[in-house]
Design a protein around this ligand. Structure first.
Ligand SMILES: [Zn+2]
Length: 50
């Protein structure tokens, strides 16, 4: 069974990638979210890990 998480901007409906939980811890996902989503968050968008 694959457990996939996606980093996603709610406003842009944009995906910043899909990651397998098995290889990416919550902490790593947060880092990726900060790296790829920070500009969106700067503009007030909700970047989520779902
Ligand atoms: Zn956005």
């Amino acid at each position: 069974m694959m457990d996939l998480r996606e980093i996603f901007c709610n406003q842009c409906k944009k995906s910043f990638g899909v990651y397998n939980e098995k290889f990416f811890s919550e902490k790593n996902l947060e880092k990726l979210k900060n790296r790829y989503g920070s500009l969106h968050e700067f503009y007030g968008h909700d970047v989520i890990i779902r």
